[in-house]
Write a protein that binds this ligand. Structure first.
Ligand code: KIV
Length: 273
């Protein structure tokens, strides 16, 4: 079932996302990393597609998001962009491609925009990357921030547990959110923080706040597509609602195919020339 015909598609822009927050309409966001999945999720009517550096985990099998390269992110992003007719496409600038200095950050953002055709970029962190955020924005590239659990810093945190439970970290997170808004970011992702803090941030900034493990009192939600489809079976954090068990569906199809080939049932006469 297609939710919209291509004739009446209105592309989602950062301006439309802002209007959605203003009128209290929730924003839906999922990750995608390839043409086929992006086509399906876009056709379903998702508002934002994130080409997340979680591709490092779910597409490449790495333990963390650190190994994925800028070239690899551009490859994934360009495949997604080719499929998308409606959603706003956001691309993670990967670890090591913007933390060095603002010139490097700008160069990476421009490569993503030019070579993939994406609509915006996402970066992790607050005051530490302020200069880079300003520099990217100055080139006219929309920037989404990402605070709370920032997986590119996993070796600094040492664990994937809930962030900003202590007052000092919560205060810095709120200050960082206000700073990102003041710089001109169009939205902020909050990952794995107490729901009460996420609510406070969403009420304190005017730009949309998208949560993952941040409770329901924010302006939108994001999940990793492979997690919500039940493809990454071993990853079941409390915040994850699983909408399908695709591993089971796919395995059954693969088993049946193998059986049909072995038993010479496939192909039959009508499947032959
Ligand atoms: O890379 C990613 O998928 C993300 C989401 C978890 C927000 O950054």
């Amino acid at each position: 079932m297609s939710v919209h015909s291509s004739a009446n598609i209105k592309r989602i822009t950062t301006h439309i996302l802002q209007e959605m927050k203003n009128r209290g309409e929730r924003i839906s966001m999922l990750t995608a990393y390839d043409y086929s999945m992006a086509r399906i999720v876009d056709d379903a009517g998702i508002d934002i597609i994130l080409v997340g550096d979680s591709a490092s985990n779910v597409m490449a099998g790495h333990e963390t998001t650190l190994p994925i390269t800028l070239d690899q992110m551009i490859y994934h992003a360009s495949a997604v962009v080719r499929a998308v007719k409606r959603a706003l496409v956001v691309v993670d600038i990967p670890f090591g491609s913007y933390q060095g200095n603002s010139t490097e950050a700008l160069r990476s953002a421009i490569r993503i925009m030019k070579e993939s055709g994406a609509h915006s970029v996402k970066v992790e962190g607050g005051s530490e990357i302020k200069e880079s955020v300003i520099r990217i924005l100055s080139a006219g590239v929309p920037v989404m921030g990402h605070l709370g659990l920032t997986p590119q810093s996993i070796y600094k945190f040492g664990t994937y547990t809930v962030r900003a439970k202590e007052e000092a970290e919560a205060t810095k997170l709120l200050e960082d959110a206000l700073m990102l808004e003041a710089c001109g970011c169009f939205a902020i992702v909050l990952e794995k923080i107490p729901a009460s803090l996420a609510k406070k941030v969403a009420e304190s900034v005017n730009i949309p706040v998208i949560g993952i493990g941040a409770g329901g009192d924010v302006d939108g939600q994001v999940l990793v597509m492979h997690d919500m489809l039940g493809i990454t079976q071993e990853f079941k954090p409390r915040f994850l609602r699983q909408y399908a068990d695709l591993e089971d569906v796919m395995k059954k199809a693969f088993l049946q195919y193998i059986e049909d080939v072995k038993s010479k049932d496939f192909p039959n006469e009508s499947e032959s020339y």
